[in-house]
Design a protein around this ligand. Structure first.
Ligand code: SF4
Ligand code: SF4
Length: 403
């Protein structure tokens, strides 16, 4: 991690990170908020220019400045596009950490993040919402899946485990069938799989996103304490995987760096063991691949996801070069109008892919993207759900939707 002593300004941004931007503009076409608005203040280059002004003390953060920062999805699509290697994710995370110390975040965001960090509260709340769905009070609202699980089955863990599946918070309670599918695929390689469960809980990704770094550090300590040992920790959520891999930078300790080194995305791990996965019969219907930003731009393991899927199903690519879908953690809740405009771009790309291929299913390895695209009317599945269905022999446990 780069020492904070190299910062000199008001926000505390690293000097060399800020000065690396040469204002070339090559990132602009890769920025979903710039593409949706055409506004330089909604672009990486414009945001960096605005950061510089406040960092150097030339201006105070005002409403317009805050809006420029808050409308960044933190998708990091600008990073791989930048020839100067500007670490935009770091700059924006530091900026939002600064902002969170100068203003109060919206109440619904604070409440939501608090619940995510308390697995038992999240489970209770999910159960109440599931009951309300069953009683017909509502079916789905925005991010909520159409049918939340009413109960979460207990799963016995093997006495010895080779790998730990990181189950997190929202996926563990809202879509446990995805973890079941991932476990089934991992077990088909012969691995004994444990789960991080409620002892580890939430990874803290959304807390970092909101600038609540201390809360995220506290969650990171809990995750690391719950997962001692040296087994690999595998994430089937792109956002969680990216966060776990950045614990070293978040905490700045040797222990945290060592933990991050144990983390891999499930596809990244599986691609080394593809010879142990045997598809049943012929290929099934094609699926459209949606790259979660934290898989493609941050972890950069989107190729592994394709390699794992390829023996099982024909894959159809989108033609939008991995533009964000607009979900962005809590972005779609906090910035619904801009998020919807960004999603419209993704919807147009998916519709073009549907027209080209006739595919009816979109696959995405991130819960936020899945919920947000699901709310737009698509059937969205995790890649490992598709793989699990195509396996000849699993040795894994029964899949369940928890109902
Ligand atoms: S962030 Fe990188 S790509 Fe974008 S304007 Fe700056 S130097 Fe150019
Ligand atoms: S992180 Fe995403 S939304 Fe933010 S400036 Fe970069 S490309 Fe644009």
């Amino acid at each position: 991690m780069i020492a904070r002593s190299s910062t000199t300004g008001r926000i505390g941004l690293r000097d060399d990170a800020l000065s690396a931007c040469v204002s070339c503009g090559l990132c602009l076409p890769h920025c979903p908020t710039y593409r949706a608005t055409g506004d330089e203040r909604r672009s990486p280059r414009g945001r960096i220019a605005l950061m510089r002004i406040v960092e150097s003390g030339l201006a105070e953060p005002n409403a317009e400045w805050l809006a420029a920062m808050d409308t960044c999805i933190q998708c990091r699509g600008c990073e791989p596009a930048c020839p100067s290697g500007v670490p935009f994710g770091e700059l924006m995370a530091d900026t939002q950490a600064f902002n969170s110390g100068t203003r109060r975040l919206p109440l619904r965001l604070r409440l939501g993040l608090r619940v995510l960090g308390r697995p038992q509260m999240l489970r209770l709340g999910t159960r109440l919402l599931a009951l309300a769905q069953r009683m017909g009070f509502f079916r789905s609202s925005g991010f909520l899946p159409g049918r939340l699980p009413l109960r979460l089955p207990r799963r016995p863990a093997p006495a010895e485990v080779d790998v730990v599946l990181f189950t997190g918070c929202v996926m563990d309670t809202w879509t446990p069938h995805v973890h079941d599918a991932a476990q089934r695929v991992l077990e088909a390689t012969g691995a004994r799989v444990g789960r991080s469960g409620t002892a580890a809980g939430c990874c803290g990704a959304l807390h970092v996103h909101a600038g609540l770094r201390e809360e995220a550090r506290s969650l990171a300590h809990r995750v690391m304490a719950a997962l001692p040992g040296d087994q690999q920790v595998l994430a089937d959520s792109a956002g969680c995987g990216a966060m776990l891999k950045e614990y070293g930078d978040l905490l700045g300790t040797e222990e945290a760096h060592a933990f991050s080194a144990r983390v891999a995305d499930v596809h990244e791990w599986l691609v080394e063991r593809l010879d142990r996965l045997t598809p049943v019969g012929g290929r099934s219907e094609p699926v459209i691949i949606q790259d979660p930003c934290h898989l493609r731009h941050v972890q950069r393991v989107d190729g592994a996801m394709r390699a794992v899927l390829a023996p099982f199903v024909p894959v159809v690519e989108l033609d939008d070069e991995g533009l964000c879908c607009g979900a962005g953690g809590a972005f779609a809740v906090l910035q619904p109008d801009l998020a919807a405009k960004v999603r419209d771009q993704k919807v147009a790309a998916i519709d073009r892919a549907v027209a080209r291929s006739g595919a009816a299913v979109v696959v995405s390895a991130n819960p936020g993207c899945s919920f947000y695209l699901g709310a737009a009317g698509y059937q969205v599945r995790h890649p490992l759900e598709v793989v699990a269905e195509g396996l000849a022999a699993t040795g894994g446990q029964e899949m369940t939707d928890g109902n």
